[in-house]
Design a protein around this ligand. Structure first.
Ligand code: PGA
Length: 223
């Protein structure tokens, strides 16, 4: 797996934005899987500045909290605020996981395959909300968030009690069907888990380790 260590967060953001830009320019009808969280913020900022043509792009978000979608911390609000409302993407072209989850999977299948999937990694090795112990064959489903994830994400809420405890996430099996995958990690607190995921045993205890089985993954890290 290709692991690239970058100088700083600015370089991480512009490097991943370069990959998204190249994808959209080469194939205007690209199907992308997009993440939320703090790591992608700089990438979205960079993509907005570049004023790309998103009119034919189709996006699927990795996961959503089970909560009111109009809440400022919902991932739907996050995507509108940080990317969708600032590009010419068609609202009908951006999809979030929904129930029944099999219908969401059908929507991805109907798009004829994901060209590029951008991922972050959680401090417990999760990708999307596939917490440790998730099956490598898992598909989109409702999940309980781990205590670690609830604690990590409490920084976005007024108190830990407000953090949703359930989410809908794409499965590991769903993510692995993407043609190309980019994993980004920002901060020295992610270094250990990144190393375990990239170089350790491929095990459901470390969900991101499944990426060792994919033949087109690029990893970008900065401290
Ligand atoms: P972060 O989250 O970008 O906010 O660190 C990553 C993740 O949990 O997947």
């Amino acid at each position: 797996m290709e692991v690239n260590v970058l100088k700083n967060y600015k370089e991480l953001s512009s490097t991943v934005a370069d990959i998204v830009e190249a994808q959209i320019k080469e194939q205007p009808l690209s199907k992308l899987i997009l993440p939320t969280g703090s790591t992608p913020l700089g990438i979205y900022e960079e993509l907005v500045k570049r004023e790309l043509d998103w009119s034919l792009v189709i996006t699927f978000n990795l996961d959503v909290y089970l909560m009111n979608i109009d809440h400022p911390e919902s991932y739907q609000s996050y995507m509108r605020k940080n990317l969708f409302n600032r590009t010419n993407i068609y609202p009908d072209h951006s999809h979030f996981p929904f129930r029944p989850t099999s219908a969401f999977e059908d929507k991805i299948d109907g798009s004829m395959g994901i060209d590029l999937c951008i991922l972050g990694i959680g401090s417990n090795g999760h990708i999307a909300f596939n917490e440790p112990g998730s099956s490598f064959k898992s598909r989109t489903r409702v999940v309980e968030l781990s205590e670690q994830t609830i604690e990590d994400n409490s920084r976005f809420f007024d108190s830990i009690d407000e953090v949703p405890t359930q989410a809908i996430t794409m499965g590991l099996g769903t993510i692995m069907e993407s043609k190309k995958i980019v994993l980004m990690a920002n901060g020295v607190n992610k270094l250990n888990i990144l190393n375990v995921a990239m170089n350790g045993e491929v095990t459901e205890d470390v969900p991101a380790s499944i990426l060792q089985n994919h033949d087109n993954v690029k990893v970008f890290y900065c401290d």
